[in-house]
Design a protein around this ligand. Sequence first.
Ligand code: HEC
Length: 146
Amino acid sequence: MKKIITALALALVAVGTTAALAGPIEDRQAIMKQMAGPMKIAVGISRDTASYDAAAAKKAMDEIVAHSEKFGTLFPANTGPGNGIKTQATAAVWSDAAGFKAANAKFIADAKTAGAAKDQASFAGAFKVLQSDCGGCHKVYRGPAS
Ligand code: HEC
C-alpha cells in the first residue's frame, strides 16, 4: 500500500512538473494582457486635468506593480525561443538576465512613483515615463513570435 501511495505521489509530481513547464509562458503572456485594464484607467486619469482621484491612481498603479512583480518570476530556463515554444520573449531575456531584471525593476519603481503622485500633473508626468517603459523593455526583450 505504501508503495502504491509513493508511486501515486511521484506520478502527481511528474504531472505538476509538466504543467509548470507550460504554465509560466501562458501566465506571463496573460499578465501582459491584464496590464490593459489598469493602464486604460490610468490613461483616463492622466488626461483628466479637471479632477484627480489619487486613490484610483494608486489602485491602478498597485495592480501594475503586482502584475510586474509576478511577471519577473515567469522566465525560467528553457522557456525562450528555440525550445519549440510559442513565445515573443527574445533570447536576451536569458543572455542579459540582469538587464531584463533591471528593466522590470525600473517599470515597477516608475509605477510606484506614479501611484504616489499627489496631484494630476505629477501623475501625468510620471505615467508618461511608465508608458515609455513598455516600449523600452519590448525593444530588447520582446520580438516576433518564435
Ligand atoms: C520588463 C520588460 C517588459 C515590460 C516593462 C513590459 N513588457 Fe510587455 N512583454 C514583455 C515580454 C518579454 C513579452 C513576451 C512574452 C512572451 O511571449 O513570452 C511581452 C509581451 C507583451 C504583450 C503580448 C502578450 C501576448 O498576447 O502574448 C503585450 C500586449 C504587452 N507585452 C504589453 C505591454 C504593455 C502595455 C506594457 C506597459 C504597460 C508592457 N508590456 C511592459 C516584456 C515587457
